[in-house]
Design a binder for this molecule. Structure first.
Ligand SMILES: Cc1cc2nc3c(=O)[nH]c(=O)nc-3n(C[C@H](O)[C@H](O)[C@H](O)COP(=O)(O)O)c2cc1C
Length: 207
């Protein structure tokens, strides 16, 4: 079983990465394979609603989104991490997630556990947390929680290690995700099927 950990910060080795590494260590200690994925610093164009993704099940405009979608098809769980930028997730990560989740991703993500991790110097973490879990909630992804909302505090990577409560929260998150993945695996081995996919109904409030 494999978990992808996405770093949505412009800093490859900053606070978000430090937090994700704690989650990763807990996952690995529990025998779960992991892979970290950094979205980089090149600007990612937001969704232009071109509809191209409906034909290829992947974003036609952003190569990095296509690259990640291919990895996601094979993954069993996800942790998306972001620095808090103006009380929300980073602009580049928002563009990445819009394009990723809009590109026919239901099969890619359905019933695969997901968690988010936020890093802030001071505030805006819970607003960013709310923003992040919206993607999971619309995609039938079980949302993995911890002993607090998943956040750490710091301005540079070394600060994160001093946030003992935040570090504990990351560790517990990794353990909880590993447990859920094992529980899913045990269910599957016992013959438990995923719920049937219901036919799509779209009600756009036009009367
Ligand atoms: C554009 C920008 C906006 C930011 N907005 C906030 C904010 O709203 N609240 C906050 O506490 N920190 C804010 N910060 C600080 C970062 O969230 C914080 O330093 C974070 O831990 C950095 O994580 P990173 O090293 O992974 O990039 C902001 C930083 C930048 C660059």
């Amino acid at each position: 079983m494999k978990v992808l950990l996405v770093n949505g910060s412009p800093h490859e080795n900053g606070c978000t990465d430090a937090a994700l590494r704690v989650v990763e260590t807990a996952l690995r200690e529990a025998g779960i394979e992991t892979q970290r994925f950094w979205i980089g610093t090149d600007p990612i164009g937001g969704c232009t609603a071109c509809g191209g993704c409906s034909k290829i099940r992947a974003c036609v405009r952003n190569e990095i989104v296509r690259e990640f979608a291919a990895l996601a098809d094979e993954a069993d769980g996800f942790v998306f991490g972001s620095p808090v930028h103006y009380a929300g997730i980073s602009g580049n990560l928002a563009a990445f997630m819009d394009c990723l989740f809009f590109s026919q991703s239901r099969e890619r993500f359905r019933m695969k556990p997901a968690a988010c991790v936020l890093s802030a110097r001071r505030a805006g973490t819970t607003a960013a947390y709310d923003q992040m879990i919206k993607y999971f909630g619309i995609s039938e992804m079980p949302i993995v929680s911890s002993c607090y909302w998943n956040m750490v505090h710091g301005a540079k990577a070394e600060d994160v290690a001093q946030d003992a409560e935040g570090v504990r929260c990351m560790r517990v998150l990794g353990k909880n995700m590993a447990y859920l993945l094992r529980a899913f695996e045990a269910g599957k081995a016992a013959g438990l099927e995923l719920p049937e996919v219901e036919p799509v109904v779209r009600t756009n409030f036009i009367r």
